[in-house]
Design a protein. Structure first.
Length: 318
């Protein structure tokens, strides 16, 4: 967000500097034009007050009219306005959906191209370059905007496909992908990772006695707590229903068990109990899920609200 604010501020600074350069090379000699400059200043201030999201809709027309005015005032140097036309087309792309952006850009760009002809300016060099550059700049700008729009759609659907809409946590598919990546790291020689599965105790009774809205609230509360109390680099996701999973990179079984115990105590303090199953990756993800799940159900069988660890080859069952 800080970068966006910085770029937004830089855009306005560039606009002011551009106007200053224009006035330096073509100073105002006719004082009757001062009210027009005041009007443009008010339009730019109005756009500034709209904020980054709404400003382009005001600014695209204010800038279009200003460039047209400066092209007219500059006489035979009308082509100088063409240097700023890409900013105009980008504003149109940000302000409107693609068909309307094309219309707004073509309207102001067309006027910039037609002005020298209507005003009887010298249409030798550089008019040909000037006229040809405008539709090309408009087309490239809108093409870029279209790619940006498509990328945003792909990113949205990808995030939807990998995120639990209720809790905002990664869903089961996202967790499986993360586990596959972590397994690949282990195969390259990094330390093994641990998986923690946890299931809320007696959650069905919450839904039956207090309603599904209260059940959803509990799930969101648990998700927020888990996300806030794991270590940096750990990944919490919703495995399904009232079951959550935590991926602990480069963690031994004892460290994973201790973390699970801290989480269990923290949830209990919130009035929510859960059973935990802990397992260490040993080269097979399918076996990892099975062993963590078996440990979880052993915790349930032992009375719930506890942590159970899957037995390792050299470790007796806890």
């Amino acid at each position: 967000m800080d970068l966006v604010r910085s770029l937004y501020g830089l855009t306005w600074l560039g606009l002011l500097l551009g106007i200053g350069v224009q006035l330096h090379y073509w100073p105002i000699r006719d004082l009757r034009l001062l009210p027009l400059y005041l009007a443009f200043a008010l339009l730019f201030l109005l756009a500034l007050r709209q904020g980054p999201k709404r400003a382009p809709r005001v600014l695209v027309h204010a800038l279009g009219a200003y460039l047209l005015f400066e092209a007219w005032r500059s006489g035979e140097a009308y082509w100088g306005a063409g240097f700023w036309s890409p900013a105009l087309y980008l504003l149109a792309a940000f302000a409107y959906p693609l068909p309307w952006a094309l219309g707004a850009g073509a309207f102001w760009g067309g006027l910039l191209v037609l002005l020298p002809l209507l005003a009887g300016r010298d249409t030798g060099f550089p008019y040909g370059h000037y006229a040809l550059s405008q539709p090309i700049l408009l087309a490239l700008t809108l093409l870029l905007a279209r790619f940006r729009e498509l990328y945003g759609q792909v990113r949205f659907w990808r995030e939807q496909a990998l995120t639990c809409p209720l809790t905002g946590l990664p869903n089961r598919r996202a967790l499986e992908m993360a586990l596959e990546r972590e397994a690949a790291r282990v195969e390259r020689g990094e330390r093994p990772f641990a998986l923690v599965l946890l299931d809320l105790d007696d959650f069905k009774r919450v839904n039956d006695e207090r309603g599904h809205q209260e059940g959803d609230r509990v799930l969101r509360r648990v998700a927020g707590y888990l996300k806030a109390h794991v270590r940096q680099g750990d990944l919490v996701g919703r495995w399904g229903g009232e079951e959550f999973a935590i991926l602990l990179p480069a963690t031994d079984p004892l460290g994973a068990e201790r973390l699970a115990e801290r989480l269990r105590e923290g949830l209990a303090a919130l009035g929510v109990t859960a059973s935990f199953g802990v397992a260490l990756y040993r080269g097979d993800l399918g076996e990892l899920f099975l062993r963590a799940d078996q440990a979880l159900y052993r915790a349930k069988a032992l009375g719930k609200n506890r942590v159970a660890r899957a037995s390792e080859p050299d470790t007796p069952p806890p």
